[in-house]
Design a protein around this ligand. Structure first.
Ligand code: HEC
Ligand code: HEC
Ligand code: HEC
Ligand code: HEC
Ligand code: HEC
Ligand code: HEC
Ligand code: HEC
Ligand code: HEC
Ligand code: HEC
Ligand code: HEC
Length: 469
């Protein structure tokens, strides 16, 4: 073999090992520094938390796996009735459009590690790209004649994917609603956990029924909290949470098998998200698919304020996000979870201003029993709304709390139908969400912007009614 051939083999080998080191090897936090060294630039707001797991998106050879995007996003895009799904471009007439901008691939518009080209929502093409396919929109819509193409997807007009609160029929149908509806209220939840493995009719339990080994029953506060709240009352005994079930697995981050034996298996002081998820499937699934739980889902250490890009409270920097972060102790108090828990960590302007809002006054009235249940607005009302099952892809149609706090956050109109319109009219809701100052005041004050879209839909339908005989 000539020297030249040896050189080629050496060079290929080095490149191969390099690629393997970059894309295949890094699987744990400890790999953070070594793998992120190869990142060409900052990863987007939605993904930086899992960026060390290159293999989530990249093939071992470096290529981006397009299916990976769908593994995490397909179900939400489907629920949002995506306006521009791949299937829309199969029609031979439309295929030609793809030559100009390949809308059948996610990474045409959402690249990574290119911070200087990245707009909000992880968009990496200039915001006037709608022109590529809709150049002639003003031919059929004279109202659009003076619009520029970078204004198509401003708040309250259009989104690329989710137009569930923006399609014309919907705008028209709700155009006449007042700012505040009669009888404004959100849905209420009912008792609804899934039946749990080995469930017996043994409710409610008292301290006499406790099945924890005695060395763990010394804390009077734990026992009182358990006995007097949902789990004790519904017959959920200590070991239902404190045993590591086989399916949660040996290498799960929090299992400490072998501490002491219980009737069901080894006692574990820490309780894994998956243990709660045995009985609260939709809550666990939701939590794991949002910003709060995505690191846990990816097998990394849990999300924590110290890793955040948003402003967080210094006292909480090293807390971990698990179920307990919002449901501390043995009370699992859902009111504490809805405001107090959030403010322990979140410290941006919007979050801090919440307690100065009228929504917060309504919340105080509700928790003090001065106003009916469902009449108020907590952080959770907006970010973790109670919705009917099928609208959030839950396993049943019961009213449940969405535990993915990113579910209705972007684009912002998502919140209109899932939250605001329980109480406010469509036009008011869109105007409020389009006003950046109101984000900063946590929606205290009157919207200053008056969007044209609702009026445009109205005049469009009225003009058509006039034309048809
Ligand atoms: C959330 C998904 C995701 C994760 C996680 C991720 N990337 Fe990427 N990466 C992408 C996308 C999307 C692109 C853009 C691909 C394109 O433009 O064709 C990209 C591009 C790149 C490129 C440039 C490739 C090129 O052809 O220009 C490199 C290098 C890269 N990534 C390295 C990494 C490394 C190293 C990690 C782990 C530390 C990582 N990436 C983690 C999604 C991801
Ligand atoms: C492991 C799961 C996972 C994978 C794989 C993944 N994403 Fe995401 N993505 C998330 C989560 C979680 C968020 C943040 C919450 C949200 O917006 O739903 C997010 C956010 C986003 C956002 C919004 C970003 C922002 O700043 O608001 C876009 C756009 C996006 N992803 C596109 C993609 C594309 C394109 C791919 C494929 C290259 C991809 N995602 C791969 C989980 C994933
Ligand atoms: C032609 C450009 C384009 C393509 C292709 C595209 N997106 Fe988007 N995407 C956008 C724009 C623009 C936004 C900003 C919000 C909006 O207008 O809907 C966005 C927003 C998102 C968001 C944030 C949440 C939301 O609903 O706004 C996610 C997640 C997302 N895209 C995922 C994907 C995935 C997954 C694919 C591939 C199946 C994909 N996108 C293909 C343009 C595109
Ligand atoms: C790759 C080409 C392409 C791009 C880029 C594109 N669209 Fe479309 N859009 C289409 C096609 C195709 C349809 C379906 C039209 C049809 O069925 O006749 C459509 C439909 C629509 C509709 C009507 C939806 C409905 O169901 O009635 C709206 C509104 C729309 N697009 C807005 C936008 C906006 C805003 C942008 C930029 C953020 C954009 N489009 C970017 C190709 C594109
Ligand atoms: C063995 C089954 C089981 C396990 C394990 C379990 N729960 Fe529950 N949980 C229930 C039942 C039953 C209820 C009461 C009935 C209902 O609300 O559906 C309940 C109620 C709740 C409530 C509502 C409390 C209220 O006042 O309305 C919260 C919050 C909760 N659980 C959180 C958790 C968390 C967090 C974990 C894990 C640390 C967990 N649960 C583990 C069965 C379980
Ligand atoms: C619904 C689930 C659930 C039930 C039922 C439950 N616990 Fe716990 N327990 C937890 C969680 C969650 C933690 C906190 C674990 C952590 O910090 O990671 C915990 C922590 C503990 C701890 C450790 C406290 C500490 O300060 O470290 C003890 C002891 C304990 N539980 C005893 C009990 C006893 C006794 C019962 C029955 C009377 C019981 N638990 C019932 C979920 C539960
Ligand atoms: C970011 C804070 C937060 C985290 C983390 C969190 N929850 Fe919740 N949870 C809430 C809030 C707030 C409510 C009540 C909202 C309401 O009543 O409107 C709630 C309600 C519940 C309920 C009542 C039933 C229902 O309708 O969903 C259960 C059960 C529950 N959570 C279980 C869990 C489990 C299991 C986890 C971990 C996978 C978890 N929660 C993590 C904030 C949180
Ligand atoms: C233990 C700390 C902690 C608690 C408790 C907590 N969060 Fe978070 N939250 C975080 C961290 C960390 C992030 C990720 C921020 C980042 O990536 O910059 C986050 C992200 C978010 C986001 C997404 C922001 C975005 O731009 O995508 C929202 C919305 C949110 N939290 C709302 C809430 C609400 C509402 C509650 C209470 C029901 C709550 N959080 C409780 C730490 C917490
Ligand atoms: C009336 C509804 C409403 C209430 C109440 C509310 N938020 Fe928000 N929040 C929003 C909307 C809408 C956005 C997104 C605004 C945007 O993107 O323009 C947002 C954004 C956020 C973000 C992302 C901030 C950023 O800069 O990206 C966090 C974190 C957050 N909220 C936490 C909270 C917490 C914590 C509370 C309670 C103390 C709370 N919110 C109360 C509607 C609400
Ligand atoms: C449970 C019902 C309820 C929900 C849900 C709700 N609000 Fe409100 N909101 C109210 C009530 C009641 C007021 C006080 C109205 C008054 O005093 O005239 C109010 C006040 C406001 C104000 C101040 C109005 C002013 O004139 O100063 C804004 C802005 C606002 N809401 C925006 C929103 C947005 C945006 C959403 C959705 C993200 C939302 N609200 C969800 C009930 C609700």
């Amino acid at each position: 073999m000539s020297n030249f051939h040896l050189w080629i083999i050496w060079a290929l080998g080095t490149v191969g090992i390099g690629l393997w080191l970059v894309f295949a090897l890094p699987t744990a936090d400890s790999a953070r520094t070594s793998s992120t060294f190869f990142l060409p630039g900052d990863t987007t707001h939605g993904h930086y938390q899992i960026e060390v797991k290159c293999g989530v998106c990249h093939e071992p050879g470096g290529e981006v796996r397009e299916e990976s995007c769908l593994e995490c996003h397909a179900s939400d895009l489907k629920l949002a009735r995506d306006t521009h799904p791949k299937s829309k471009f199969r029609d031979p007439q439309k295929v030609a459009l793809l030559a100009k901008i390949d809308a059948s691939r996610c990474i045409t518009c959402h690249r990574e590690h290119v911070p200087d080209q990245t707009l909000t929502h992880g968009l990496t093409v200039p915001s006037d790209y709608c022109v590529t396919c809709h150049r002639n929109v003003a031919d059929t819509r004279p109202s659009h004649r003076d619009f520029t193409f970078d204004s198509c997807s401003t708040v309250g007009c259009h989104n690329y994917h989710d137009n569930t609160a923006l399609y014309e029929n919907f705008l028209f149908k709700h155009a006449a609603q007042p700012n505040l509806l009669d009888d404004p209220h959100t849905l209420l939840r009912k008792s609804q956990s899934d039946p749990w493995p080995g469930q017996k009719k043994e409710m409610p339990l008292t301290r006499a029924d406790m099945d924890a080994p005695t060395k763990f029953t010394a804390d009077e506060q734990i026992i009182h909290e358990w006995e007097s709240t949902a789990h004790g009352t519904a017959g959920v005994n200590c070991t239902a949470c404190h045993t590591v079930p086989a399916e949660v697995g040996q290498n799960s981050a929090t299992s400490q098998a072998g501490e002491a034996a219980t009737g069901r298996g080894a006692w574990s002081s820490a309780v894994d998200v998956k243990v709660c998820g045995q009985c609260h499937r939709d809550e666990a699934r939701g939590f794991l698919s949002g910003l709060h739980g995505m690191r846990t889902q990816a097998g990394l250490s849990p999300m924590s304020p110290s890793l955040a890009r948003l402003p967080m409270n210094h006292d909480s920097l090293h807390r971990s996000l698990d179920c307990n972060a919002c449901h501390p102790g043995h009370e699992f108090d859902t009111r504490l979870a809805a405001v107090e828990a959030c403010l322990k960590c979140h410290d941006d302007k919007h979050s801090r201003e919440y307690t100065g809002s009228r929504h917060y006054q309504l919340w105080l009235a509700e928790i003090l029993g001065k106003a009916p249940a469902g009449s108020s607005v907590s952080c959770a009302t907006c970010h973790m709304p109670r919705v009917e099952g099928e609208s959030a892809g839950f396993s049943s149609d019961a009213v449940r709390v969405v535990h993915n706090q990113s579910w209705n956050l972007a684009p912002v109109e998502k919140m209109v139908r899932s939250v605001c319109m329980d109480c406010h009219g469509l036009k008011f809701s869109l105007n409020a969400l389009a006003d950046p100052d109101l984000k900063d005041t946590c929606y205290e004050g009157t919207p200053k912007r008056q969007l044209k879209s609702v009026n445009m839909a109205e005049s469009w339908f009225k003009s058509r009614q006039r034309k048809s005989p």
